[in-house]
Design a protein around this ligand. Structure first.
Ligand code: NI
Length: 148
């Protein structure tokens, strides 16, 4: 029997990543804690009058390589989806006050990366899934989320 033609073989699943940038202000502090305790737990991020971070977001998706394009997803499309559903809401905003989907949550890197996942995952094209998010708050500090 002849071997299967190459076009009938499953295409490999590949992960591709787009990196995006935004700047935002925040404050980490609990209203039900004293200033001292907030400073102890949250350090510089507890300063009362806000401060900013230059965030870097790495969005990784996984899917089959398309036979015609050789792409999992056109990275222009992925960039536009992230800009529409995440970046326009957070860039040059105050994460404590301006972002409806972060309301009631402390804007830690951990909470933010989970919020971004929930914003983004329903909007990916059929056959492409969100695989991993890495959110850098500073060049030395990141949070990573794979869903679930
Ligand atoms: Ni901070």
């Amino acid at each position: 029997m002849a071997p299967p033609a190459p076009h009938s073989l499953p295409m490999p699943q590949v992960r591709v990543t787009r990196r995006l940038h935004f700047s935002a202000a925040h404050r980490l502090a609990r209203e039900d804690w004293s200033d001292d305790r907030n400073r102890q737990v949250f350090g510089d991020c507890a300063h009362p009058n806000w401060h900013g971070h230059n965030y870097e977001l790495e969005v990784t998706v996984v899917g089959e390589v398309d036979r015609e394009t050789g792409y999992v997803i056109d990275l222009k499309t992925l960039k536009q989806l992230v800009e529409e559903h995440v970046i326009k809401d957070v860039d040059h905003r105050n994460l404590n006050l301006d972002v409806p989907w972060m309301e009631g949550l402390l804007p830690s890197t951990e909470n933010l990366v989970v919020g971004i996942w929930e914003r983004l995952s329903p909007h990916l094209p059929t056959g492409v899934e969100l695989d991993n998010l890495v959110l850098w708050e500073t060049p030395r500090h990141k949070a990573e989320y794979r869903g679930g």
